[in-house]
Write a protein that binds this ligand. Sequence first.
Ligand code: ADP
Ligand code: MG
Length: 461
Amino acid sequence: LWNRCLTRLEDELPSQQFNMWIRPLQVSVSADGAEMTLFAPNRFVVDWVRDKYMERIGEVMGEMEQGPLPQLRLEVGSSRVTEIIPKRQAPEPRPTTAQTAETRPAPPPAPPSDVGLAAKHRSNLNTGFTFPTFVEGKSNRMACAAAQQVAENPASHGYNPLLLYGGVGLGKTHLMHAVGNELLRRNPNAKVVYLHSERFVADMISALRNKTINEFKRFYRSVDALLIDDIQFFAGKEQSQEEFFHTFNALLENGQQIILTCDKFPKEVDGLEERLKSRFGWGLSQPLEPPELETRVAILKKKAEEARIELPNDAAFFIAQRIRSNVRELEGALRRVIAHVRFTGAQIDIGLIKEALKDLIALQARQISIDNIQRTVAEYYKIKIPDLHSPRRTRSVARPRQVAMALSKELTSHSLPEIGASFGGRDHTTVLHACRKVNELRETSPEIEEDYQNLLRTLTS
Ligand code: ADP
Ligand code: MG
């Protein structure tokens, strides 16, 4: 289980973060499988991981594991010395998700995950992921409407399968569970099964190994609704795709609902069979886009309300303007602010938010792309983006181009040759020259300095 989580986290997190905080963790699982302890090299890592990653680790575990989740602990130590660490009540991490808190079944004895598939009728939906807790906005309106439609009329023509696609943290898993929860609310006897595609693959492999593949097939074909998350993980796994293809067809023929999510439009997933790609497109595919400012503000207000925290409008705007990538990051930022409030007892204001989020804001700044810089610079100087790539040397485009290169050097971690390549295939010495020139001009020309500062501010705020 931990290894699968690792693979997943490695995909999700910037590699520097993954290597620094997650990779060093050692794992040890108690003999009965009821407890999983992650050992960190020191107290600092424990605190950092607990603060920044524990919740996500819990969520990923929930997605990977259909059966009961082990109790997760985080301690200083090493897995090699577990035998001599006396068993004690370690300070418990916060319940990791609504799911683990509310739907975690009574403690095991857990059956090994590959037996008794048919016995697992209990739904494993996250009860916190519902329609009422989902904030609608321009970026997700179509997807949300489609999901509601499916929840009201499952397996209706044209809506099967329902495929939700888009980047990480945009609400795909949430919406998918919302449909499942709504189906169950309307029909408590419905058999709704959620699983991550990696779980499907793992279950299938163990079913093959244990010669229970027929049971496996029967199980998946007996559901009213099958929710498979992140199907991009089927890529390159031919046998799983084959099996999934058959399951998929059987369900469609029987009028059972299928809901899928993918991190991009399936046609663009390499290593996915053509026949699957075309099948996935038979029903309805809806994209989830990154939320615009107003939606980000609305999401923050809603989550603050759920946490019973008073979040003033200007504070919500301040956060939403700085955390732009996705909803998961937005939630993470808000959680930090809330923790800060609880810890210091202070009122939420801009100063507190700046303090609580200072490293996030700095990180965001470091993740600025050259694309982003080019767009901002072109807009600022009222030139066209292609002018930044073109060989033209007139002052009106050459100067902005140099400024954009200097900003790329300052704000991204790209090398000089990489930056040159992004500006119409220029040589790294050209980039170096541009950086020097801009630095020199900033000293001598107040206008250039002002432009540069304005651009820096736009790009990093
Ligand atoms: P994805 O599956 O697309 O990576 P998730 O569904 O896991 O993203 O969403 C990440 C987090 O953001 C979840 O906690 C989810 O509840 C929250 N979230 C995403 N979109 C919304 C939204 N529109 N309204 C409220 N919460 C949202
Ligand atoms: Mg997801």
